[in-house]
Design a protein around this ligand. Sequence first.
Ligand SMILES: *Cc1c(COP(=O)(O)O)cnc(C)c1O
Length: 465
Amino acid sequence: MRFTSTRGGDTATFSQAVIKGLAGDGGLFVPETLPDISLYLKRWHGLPYTELASSFLSLFATDIPRDELNHCVELAYSDFPDPITPAPLVKLSDNLHVMELFHGPTLAFKDFALQLLGQFYGRHIRDTGHSLNILGATSGDTGSAAIHGMLKHPGVHSFILYPEGCIAELQERQIACTGSPFVHPFAIKGSFDDTQDIVKQIFGDATFSSTHSLAAVNSINIARLLAQCVYYLHAALKLEASEDNPLEFIVPTGNFGNVLAGWMLSRMGVRGMRFCVATNVNAVVSNFFKTGEYRPGTVTPSHAPSMDIQQASNLERWLWWHFNGNGARVREIMTTLQHDGKFVLDEIPENTDMIRAISCDNAGIETWIRRAWLEKGYLADPHTACAFAAVREDTRGVILATAHPAKFPEVIASVTGQFPQHPSLEILKKRTVIKHILPADVEAVKIAINSHCKNLNYYHHGNNR
Ligand SMILES: *Cc1c(COP(=O)(O)O)cnc(C)c1O
């Protein structure tokens, strides 16, 4: 399997695409063709999660020997308290399930992808003798999940940018209280979009990123999407989605990464999958699906900070499929976006692509946390609450619960009287926050990376020793 850039100017093997993150022409890597997996579904039904994951991923990671792939997958999910059922389906009514994706080590769905990405990076380091340094921007949960995924590989520096003052206190503690000398929390005076932009610019500087052996962990990394496909597949098999009895996945959305993974599966011959994107007040993605116009603005902080995003990077991949792999067309649209600050499609995506869209402001989030608790006895975190707002009682639905409620206890307590806790977060409350506050400026970030990578020469020339 080869991977190609959404802008048509670069191709790579799986392992190359994973290490590069962003394609050389500024596009994102996508599988050149999506396999038809309909023939495998019978055989895969009922497989344990990690076996399902290796079977699925082996169709894409064709340059990794199968036993090594199995090993990566086993290790990736070994830190989940229940590796057999990492994504439990909780039944709330005949028509409604919640797929809980927050049982990983950092209590958010991003663990599914980043634990595996950490294993792929570890494998790369072992195979090449070259170390890597991780650079990523986070709206709250990617950072801690990435750090956790990399802590098993000593010597790997993790540079994590997040918008200062804009992520939840416990999210910050998960990034800034690790005590590890290899973790560098960069609190940027700007929005998440600014941090993501800085990261993109740094990766755009090929010399800087190669001399610092930088590797990406953002949802622009194709390995993350493929890892996320697995829990959709698991749920579609378990709940027997079919054209006669479809299943709507209701997905809290920011960067459009989570839901895109599910949507990709629906293009691989898994029948009966429908989708709903649920944004918070930063409704760029839901507006796009409702109107065909994509117009990112400035971020409004909300109760659901991990979705306080206006630039939905992964939409570029969706466009590539939407235009049947026409990289020139995608490149054109991205240029328009850069010049005009927006682009408009001729058709309304909601009508053609099985993706419905809603948005939910802070008042809505509070309402739906309260209603989920009172009506269903379910404690939803503020991100997941946006998905509850989209439930249609007459449709079979699966809500993707993306974070553990204990990560956002204040708003939950204020509307339900419940104060959710988790032991791993209680430990962090006692530690000191150590972070570097930096301006939203690429050069400042580069200087900081440089000064923290004192051992760079050693890492960079690791092969020669
Ligand atoms: C990252 C995140 C999201 C948004 O996921 P996308 O892939 O960016 O759409 C939603 N909820 C939580 C808790 C997250 O951490």
